[in-house]
Design a protein around this ligand. Structure first.
Ligand code: GTP
Ligand code: MG
Length: 215
């Protein structure tokens, strides 16, 4: 099959854009790794347990643009979508989340565009996480481009729940399963149990003595 010139050009432009998002992710990851490394030396403790990242798949980009009624174009992806680049940060304790978020937000090359605090305001299904949409400049040969990155920060416990809930929900359309009200109720109950445990671990840490006040 022959691919037309226009198609080739579109594919090239799309690959280039995805490369740019990959680079934005690397910038954010480096910032997080630097904070974690500094902490590790200063306090012999890591406020970050793990970092995962992903660039949104082409199909999902297409679906989301369609949902927003936008044509597929480089401009619409850059301006209309905020979760093409995603970084997930998993922390041991609840207060690590707010510390990491604050330390990132105060860096002068980071602009925080939006914050959704699903820890203070959990979703109805029990989902908890701290979400930030940030803009970060990435330097390419043609100059610097501000790129949007979605950062999700959560505890190990919140990540445990969200990962399992995501698996369960996406395997099947829960709404269509018999007893879905009971399933949702039980998932919510698990979220509450986990959240209570998170709070207790936080309190135990405070009883031992706060050792991570980076002032
Ligand atoms: P999306 O269209 O899903 O990107 O949502 P949004 O643009 O309204 O943003 P929001 O901050 O609410 O959610 C963004 C991301 O958080 C999702 O893509 C998921 O990765 C995660 N998330 C949000 N809600 C849930 C949930 O109920 N369960 C799980 N497992 N993850 C969630
Ligand atoms: Mg999303």
């Amino acid at each position: 099959m022959e691919i037309g010139i226009e198609m080739q050009e579109n594919i090239r432009a799309f690959s280039n854009l995805m490369m740019m998002y990959e680079c934005a992710i690397r910038e954010v990851k480096t910032k997080l790794e630097v904070l974690d490394a500094e902490f590790s030396v200063r306090y012999k403790r890591n406020p970050i347990s793990s970092i995962q990242s992903r660039v949104k798949k082409p199909v999902s980009i297409y679906k989301k643009l369609k949902k927003y009624g936008l044509e597929i174009s480089e401009e619409n992806i850059l301006n209309g979508l905020h979760d093409v680049a995603g970084v997930r940060v998993v922390c041991p304790f609840i207060d690590d989340i707010y510390m990491v978020a604050a330390l990132l937000a105060k860096q002068d090359d980071i602009t925080v565009l939006k914050v959704k605090d699903y820890i203070k305001n959990p979703k109805e299904n029990g989902y908890r996480s701290y979400h930030m949409i940030v803009e970060i400049p990435v330097f390419f040969s043609k100059g610097k481009t501000p790129m949007k990155v979605e950062i999700q920060i959560r505890t190990i416990a919140m990540d445990f729940w969200a990962s399992l809930e995501h698996q369960l929900r996406y395997k099947k359309d829960i709404e269509k399963v018999e007893g879905h009200v009971e399933i949702s109720r039980r998932l919510l109950a698990c979220a509450e149990t986990i959240s209570d445990t998170d709070r207790q671990m936080q309190e135990i840490k405070q009883m031992i003595g706060d050792f991570n006040d980076l002032s």
